[in-house]
Ligand binder design. Sequence first.
Ligand code: NAP
Length: 293
Amino acid sequence: MELIDGKLISAQVKAELQAEVEKIAASGGKIPHLAAVLVGDNGASETYVASKIKSCEQIGFKSTLVRRDASTSEAEVLEIINQLNNDPDVDGFIVQLPLPDHINVDHVIEAIDPKKDVDGFHPINIGRMAKGLPAYISATPFGVLELIKRYNIETAGKHCVVVGRSQIVGLPMSILMQRNTYPGNCTVTLAHSKTQNLKEVCKSADILVAALGKPEFITADMVKDGAVVIDVGLTRVVDTTKKSGFALKGDVKFDEVSAKTSYITPVPGGVGLMTVAALMYNTLLASKKEIYK
Ligand code: NAP
């Protein structure tokens, strides 16, 4: 079993981005600028946004945080988006999800200019990705692809089972793994809560991507010997031994599954760190106008 080290790879990606920003700065070019919109006071969202802003600082990107309280109306959020769409200094921006219940997430995502949609959530970016056209790829699946690439994991002809069909993780992951490229060329099964015989389906996977948000759901009896296991899950569970009062758990029961695998991502220290690195990469692409010329 080889551990896929998200900490190491994300640090490598960030160092590469930092070197690129130094070159841009030295030649008098525009420093990439990421903005983040955070509405409400969801503890996990605050942590995620803080780590995105911190990564911008580490790499040398400019960042802006737009914070509003939970009572902010949908119209006000749409106005913030309008301003960011029209701000020539902002290369890309994200609206941290989830949003308070009274705000329609589709209205918000569709209001973002696809050219600045560095989270890759806009239907135009999802559609372009599905067609194999240049697009911002949703940061979590993008981070997973980068891990697979940097560990030279073979994907062609393999059976990839993705558990979870969310628009931001499972669905794009399944589309990306079937593309006629590397990583890709897998035979893909997209499983969800209505899938029958989930255990057998998972057991037939050469590459198993768990993205269902159920801590330690994937047990050893669901995993084929020698499989590659990618754990996207990230759930806060109460842990009184921790200073924060919680621990982060993946969707895979790591202790019993890891011994059966050829490669596995730990939680924490796996996919989560790559998500931020991938977002930074998308921001650089945005500032260089690489996706939309
Ligand atoms: P989500 O929107 O809640 O979607 C969960 C998916 O899992 C749904 O498609 C659901 O099926 C499926 N599912 C739920 N219970 C299941 C079961 N018992 N058997 C089979 N499928 C089941 O979740 P998400 O936003 O994709 O997030 C998934 C996990 O990834 C969460 O733990 C989240 O925190 C984590 N995450 C991590 C990162 C990162 O950076 N590492 C980024 C994003 C998300 P139905 O469609 O049938 O309901």
